[in-house]
Design a protein. Structure first.
Lengths: 374, 165
């Protein structure tokens, strides 16, 4: 009888507490959003399932939980803690991104820079709320709306916060269609939303090949700490554009990024073990993360309006919202809103320019914060 | 520590101002360089003409009467085994086609070459391929190998002088 009692006590039913149940609900919500609502399914499904895996109540000492040194999940999580997965994801992103809209109108890159305002304002807010500087920097980077960058920086500066930061970053990225539109409407007039932008020029193949080399050298000379992320991003793009490494580009944008996304999603999800994850700090991170996204969106939109004061060729300020990276979701939101105002207005290709430069900008910002915190 | 005291203690203001400035500087420098990249490449393509234009004026010809009046015979059809003048804006596209053709081997089929060019995102693949055929830089093998093509290795492409030079 004792044996049966002991067995029952060691099952999930015996070990479960309310925190596990809360996190399992969050995991199921992620799966629902990914599968039923199609919000970033490639990220939310692995993360959601990872949350379920991480919150099965297990008997400590069996080497099953992600924080136990002998567990398989712990080994897989090593790639997150050491910042290995994010650069590999950047390699894939580079190999699947066409930079031609950005090359056609480089001045739109400044919108990607303006949207990084969210990172630094949130950094200040986190400091004011009592977070340590390294934690504040890791929280601020959520405003970059770039999951791999957020994970990379928190792995370097505040490894204990990777779970909440990654979950906040990916949740808000998935919620871009909900978070951004009210801010975009609030900060623009109808007349501004109706602005049609001129077609971008044709970009030559040679420009596309030169760009990753030039971009890498310039960005990494300005912010050397962004080297792991930007190096891989530009390498991936060079593989895609140079026409002689097609096999490598195909591997990078399919096999590599898919494998790493699965591992990253599962392990980040599993790192949200209820007893470690559900703390006051996590709630603070979620609140600051939301604010960070809003400030970043506002920064991009307002800067586009500011640029319109000086430029002859007017910019539709809606595209400033795409500066928060979150490729390509925020560009899609811009297209949606612009199209709702005027069905003949196609802003997607214009929005891709700040969207992609936002990725570069957030990687530079991460590098800057990392070097300041060393 | 909380509030402004915490921000001041962590040099928050300085980090924020420096951080935003660095991000802006980085992307501003990059956008300025990219804004001028097309111009630099055009300059590079026309470097020979520019230097020629700045050099000493050519000696006057003995007589204008001996100047040929019509276009050279080779300009009217495909040219092989010699210099082919090509507008500088087309040189790059033809070079890209040459790389793709080389990847397909010595002998290739046009539909496959075109498909690869489209996949690689080359600009205006149809018209550029047509130009390659027109200029004779891609030639059909003929005979029993009709439908198969090869790159004309003897063709030497040079940038055509713009009108007025």
């Amino acid at each position: 009888m004792d044996l049966i009692y002991q067995f029952l006590h060691n099952t999930g039913f015996g070990l479960v507490d309310y925190r596990h149940l809360i996190m399992i609900s969050v995991g199921i919500a992620f799966l629902y959003l990914g599968i039923a609502k199609h919000y970033e399914p490639l990220l939310l499904v692995p993360i959601g399932f990872g949350i379920l895996m991480g919150n099965i109540p297990v008997f400590k000492g069996l080497g099953l939980g992600i924080y136990e040194e002998t567990s398989v999940l712990h080994y897989l999580y090593w790639g997150v803690r050491q910042g290995i997965y994010p650069p590999l994801i950047f390699l894939g992103i580079g190999a699947m991104t066409d930079f031609s809209t950005m090359l056609a109108r480089p001045k739109l890159m400044l919108l990607g820079a303006a949207a990084q305002l969210g990172i630094f304002i949130t950094f200040l807010a986190a400091l004011a709320l009592g977070f340590a500087p390294k934690e504040a920097a890791s929280i601020g980077i959520i405003g970059g709306a770039d999951g791999p960058t957020a994970i990379f920086l928190s792995a370097k500066l505040a490894p204990e916060l990777i779970g909440p930061i990654a979950i906040a970053a990916y949740s808000y990225m998935a919620l871009v269609p909900v978070i951004q539109p009210p801010i975009m409407y609030l900060l623009t007039t109808k007349k501004e939303r109706l602005i049609h932008m001129s077609d971008p020029r044709q970009v030559s193949k040679r420009e596309k090949i030169i760009f990753p080399v030039l971009g890498f050298l310039l960005c990494c000379f300005v912010a050397p700490a962004a080297l792991p992320l930007l190096g891989m991003l530009f390498l991936g793009n060079l593989l895609k554009e140079c026409t002689v490494t097609d096999r490598l580009a195909v591997t990078a944008r399919n096999a590599v990024i898919d494998t790493v996304t699965i591992l990253l999603g599962i392990t980040v999800g599993a790192s949200t073990q209820g007893d470690v994850f559900l703390t006051a700090k996590s709630i603070g991170i979620f609140v600051l993360g939301a604010a960070s996204f809003m400030v970043a969106t506002a920064g991009g939109v307002l800067f586009a309006k500011f640029m319109n004061l000086f430029t002859k060729d007017k910019i539709n300020p809606l595209i400033g919202a795409a500066g928060v990276s979150a490729v390509p979701d925020s560009a899609r939101v811009v297209q949606l809103i612009g199209n709702r105002e005027d069905p003949t207005n196609y802003l997607l290709m214009h929005a891709m320019a700040p969207n992609i430069s936002g990725v570069i900008g957030s990687a530079i910002a991460a590098g800057v914060l990392w070097s300041f915190m060393l | 520590m909380y509030g402004l005291a915490a921000i001041n203690a962590a040099n928050g203001w300085m980090i924020t101002v420096a951080g935003i400035s660095i991000v802006f500087t980085g992307l501003l420098v990059l956008s300025t360089v990219l804004e001028n990249l097309e111009r630099v490449l055009k300059f590079w393509d026309n470097r020979k003409d520019l230097f020629k234009a700045k050099g000493p004026a050519p000696a006057p010809r003995p007589s204008a009467a001996v100047e040929p009046t019509g276009p050279p015979a080779e300009a009217t059809g495909p040219i092989t085994g010699q210099v082919i003048p090509v507008a500088s804006e087309h040189l790059e596209a033809i070079a890209a086609f040459q790389t793709l053709a080389a990847l397909q081997g010595a002998v290739f089929e046009l539909p496959r070459l075109l498909e690869t060019a489209e996949k690689r995102g080359l600009a205006r693949p149809h018209s550029n391929l047509d130009r390659c055929l027109e200029l004779g830089v891609i030639v059909e093998l003929g005979g029993t190998n009709r439908g198969l093509y090869q790159w004309n290795e003897e063709a030497q492409l040079v940038a055509k002088q713009p009108a007025g030079h």
